[in-house]
Design a protein around this ligand. Sequence first.
Ligand SMILES: *[C@@H]1O[C@H](CO)[C@@H](O)[C@H](O)[C@H]1NC(C)=O
Ligand SMILES: *[C@@H]1O[C@H](CO)[C@@H](O)[C@H](O)[C@H]1NC(C)=O
Ligand SMILES: *[C@@H]1O[C@H](CO)[C@@H](O)[C@H](O)[C@H]1NC(C)=O
Ligand SMILES: *[C@@H]1O[C@H](CO)[C@@H](O)[C@H](O)[C@H]1NC(C)=O
Ligand SMILES: *[C@@H]1O[C@H](CO)[C@@H](O)[C@H](O)[C@H]1NC(C)=O
Ligand SMILES: *[C@@H]1O[C@H](CO)[C@@H](O)[C@H](O)[C@H]1NC(C)=O
Length: 816
Amino acid sequence: MAYWHFTTFLCTILHAVTLLKFSIGADTLRPNQTIVNGQTLISQSQIFEVGFFSPGASANSFLGIWYRNTPDVVCWVANRNNPITDPEGVFLAIARNGALVISGAGRVIWSANSSGRVASNPILQLLDTGNLVVVDEAGESSSPKSYIWQSFDYPSDTRLPGMDMVDNTDTGQEKYLTSWRNSDDPSPGNFSYRIENQGLAEMVIFQGTTKIYRTGQWNGLGFMGTPPYQSPAFKSNFEFKNDVLVSMSEIYNYSMVARLRIEPSGILQRYSMNEKKDKWNLVFTLPQDLCDNYGRCGPYGICNTDKTPICECLKGFAPKAQQEWDWSSGCARIRPLDCGDGDGFVGLSGVKFPDMLKFWLNTSMTIDECRAECLKNCNCTAYANPYRTGGRSGCLIWFGDLIDIREVPGADNKQILYIRLPVSELESTNLEKTQRKKKMPGKVRLTLAAAGVVFFCLICCTTLVIRRLKRQAAERKNEDLELPLFRLSMIAAATNNFSNGNMIGEGGFGLVYKGNLSAEEEIAVKRLSKTSTQGLEEFKNEVILIVKLQHRNLVRLLGCCIEGEERLLIYEYMQNGSLDYFVFDETRRKLLTWPKRFDIIMGIARGLLYLHHDSRLRIIHRDLKTSNILLDANLNPKISDFGLARTSGCDQSVDRTKRVVGTYGYMAPEYAIDGKFSVKSDVFSMGVLLLEIVSGKRNRGFTYCGHHHSLLGHAWLLWQENKDLELIDECLNDTFVESQVKRCIQVGLLCVQRFPEDRPVMSSVLFMLGSEGVVLPQPKEPGFFMEGSCSNSAENHIRSTESNKGSITITELEPR
Ligand SMILES: *[C@@H]1O[C@H](CO)[C@@H](O)[C@H](O)[C@H]1NC(C)=O
Ligand SMILES: *[C@@H]1O[C@H](CO)[C@@H](O)[C@H](O)[C@H]1NC(C)=O
Ligand SMILES: *[C@@H]1O[C@H](CO)[C@@H](O)[C@H](O)[C@H]1NC(C)=O
Ligand SMILES: *[C@@H]1O[C@H](CO)[C@@H](O)[C@H](O)[C@H]1NC(C)=O
Ligand SMILES: *[C@@H]1O[C@H](CO)[C@@H](O)[C@H](O)[C@H]1NC(C)=O
Ligand SMILES: *[C@@H]1O[C@H](CO)[C@@H](O)[C@H](O)[C@H]1NC(C)=O
């Protein structure tokens, strides 16, 4: 019977196809129409398009939805598991009952059934949200509830605004993302991104059935393990049922086009479309760093990317593997639990709570009751209040191993994880301190302290020496593989024996020469001044680290040359020199049209984000400025002179240095005045760069009739008077996109705010620059805005080494 129906249906369709003219460009399909290969439906505002496509190098065809302006970006695939090998004669049609069918050669390739409801007059429509829906034309309303079928119920690898993620244990309904197998094959791959819903929800990336990343529990305001940056454009919306999260969606400003995709590699990426709607900007990726790898530090370990090594044991625990850190085995208790009155707790805050492997949750208990409950059961290892909204209290208790704890950069200390320890262990830390403070007379205390320090240093140094010896031994083995060495004779020949004619600049730490290795291969050679006190092994190790930093927007270090006294760094050669050569020059500035400038700004931001967050090392540049941005043949920007602090063997203190090295006009106030540097001082420099690129004027040496402020001050005053567009370089008159320029200026002002805690981090900077329709925060007054312009023009440098001339660049890097 069903078969008979279907054949009749097919016949009708085929008949219709021959008789009817199909109009391409419509957004709806009726039962008397079909879509064949080459035909598409286009959503009303021309954003999305549905039709048959072949991904990458694949010969197979699929029915999919893609963005009209970027057809390579496919966000939904119908027949993921049923590839069409020959698109000849294949078509999509909607049956009279509302079912969708792809068929060819009399065979059904794929079908989608309606939700049991029968439409009297079904039509298929592609909405501007990217949702492909079947609605009943007879039914008046077109609210989501009236959809007979919708593609949003069957996510592929991409989550679009308005699409729910669901894990409803009651109804058994689940909606989640599954990666493509590879870029040529949309069939379901190994990775999925879904809600894990155990009373407290979190989002998890799975590889097969293995967790590889979790966002951390939803605490009422956000996921505990993700940075606390909330954009008004992506406001998460949650639906709860009996305290259990059943679905999650994002409330959007629909003027913004954005998507979240689980890549075939298992990485989750958020993109937003640029203003011209022809390119995608990467907003963030998850996992973000090594500490995001699930269970990275093993049971009872805690991960912190700012430490070396990144893993540590929780207080009261020691590494299981004694000799080398084998983090998979994690840590074990130093002293066993008492399991009676002899146990207490130590609090830990600013962390992602451990995974809920074995747990107990009561959503109404107070924290004191929670503590008592934990003490009752010897298997309880920790407890916490999982909520942080509106003074709400609840009790989450962990039994057994505590796994996947990490420190969350930027998190506050409002949520505390209480970890159970025997009192003896708690006392051993507290008692030592109090005894020394209270009971001992001054002299004894001093001597003891001194002895302690000496002893501690001895142990420290011994460990350090042993560790370094080991590392060196290990690295010597790999050295030949890892360190590209150039011969001095070769470099001398390439640079005409370091002739003055080949000198192209004087950068941080030494002179820079252009060289030709061969007719095609050009290099830039930095000849380090001979003031460095650093040992050879250390120098090599640092170079190995920097060589590994590779990013489109970083000048690439190709290798080095160490012979006799000479230490040379060999870089790729940048044909167009540095950005200041263009942007501050009367004629050359005209080459930098607005779209080009915007590309340059985005490129610099991406490069800096990589240095701050994505590379294996966390690198603070400390001297970002236009002359350190080099341009390749196509005027693509690349950041130079990063990672050189170590090769110069200079001050390695982590966040404060007596040697303030940088360039006036680009330095954040806290760095110039107190010597405190951080990623936020780089963000300040980024803000200055941004305003300079937009205005075509230098921050220092800026003159303006009417006041004596720096460029920052000028920008701030214009901003306050709502005249910010006056800041723009006059030569950009024809090319600029007003809203884009305004956004750049606002982001620039956010970056140069006086207090580092007000400034955004680089991922937010990139996000704000790249997203149209995002409501940006209001900037506060910039640092240094009263800075006069009376001093000498161009750039002044602060430095403490007299031997160097010209611009000084020091960057700081710490292994992650
Ligand atoms: C297709 O069917 C619709 C009603 O379902 C009708 O309005 C339309 O005229 C038909 N198209 C053609 C070309 O017959
Ligand atoms: C829809 O589902 C019914 C049973 O659930 C099945 O008999 C029918 O063939 C399906 N239709 C299509 C077009 O898949
Ligand atoms: C997916 O998993 C299978 C089996 O575990 C494995 O053979 C395959 O290499 C994996 N593919 C990818 C892309 O990771
Ligand atoms: C949660 O705690 C409250 C207060 O102690 C208690 O009344 C309630 O029964 C507990 N609920 C569960 C499910 O244990
Ligand atoms: C503690 O855990 C052990 C092993 O998992 C189990 O046998 C025991 O019953 C548990 N004790 C309590 C009080 O839950
Ligand atoms: C969405 O963004 C547009 C463009 O930025 C803005 O005009 C509009 O007010 C925004 N709508 C909402 C609801 O925020």
